[in-house]
Design a protein around this ligand. Sequence first.
Ligand code: HEC
Ligand code: HEC
Length: 166
Amino acid sequence: MKISAACLFILATACLPLAAHADGSRLPADMPPAYQKECAACHVAFPPAMLIAEDWKKVLAALDNHYDDEVILDAQTHRLLEDFLLKNAGGQKVGGPGGKAQGSNLPRLTGTAYFKRKHREVSQADWRNPKVNTPANCAACHPDAEKGGYSEHDIIMPGVRRFFRD
Ligand code: HEC
Ligand code: HEC
């Protein structure tokens, strides 16, 4: 975890909530290569803790109609990824990492109260930016998303700092 300069000047306890959030979005150390291979071809490998186990089950049960796309896995890989995602899923607590997604057929981590709270300062214009296209396009704004890095110190808002991205 990166420690912000501000943290160095504030009492250590004031930095604890930050650390907790960073943990909720990290990619687990036991991540199998198959998760990157099979689940990060069209979008980044989403942090497993950002959905609850029940919701991961629904996602994995509907890979033939995966948000209007199709994901094909052999039975062994399916089992491996299910074990991994369920083991590392978020808690039941609505509003914390892994809060239950609302308002879509398949669960969306971008629909959780946690995601919405973390992104309440992102404007409608930024969500609609063609370089973002969908909230699930984490890497548009979090350049380290592929490695599970969502530190608020590394965020690029497309359009705002386009100069550095293109
Ligand atoms: C063939 C391309 C493709 C592959 C491979 C793929 N996905 Fe997706 N996934 C998509 C698309 C397209 C969306 C919808 C994006 C959107 O609507 O913003 C999506 C969305 C998701 C979402 C919801 C994101 C949100 O909006 O919160 C989850 C969770 C997800 N995928 C998990 C997985 C998992 C787990 C795997 C591996 C088993 C996987 N995906 C493999 C194409 C793919
Ligand atoms: C349009 C740009 C944009 C997209 C797309 C986006 N984010 Fe963010 N994200 C932000 C901004 C900006 C913040 C910081 C908000 C703040 O600090 O007020 C943030 C904060 C976060 C945080 C909290 C970081 C912390 O240190 O507290 C997490 C976790 C996170 N995003 C995960 C994701 C994930 C996972 C995705 C994709 C499913 C995603 N984001 C998509 C812009 C974006």
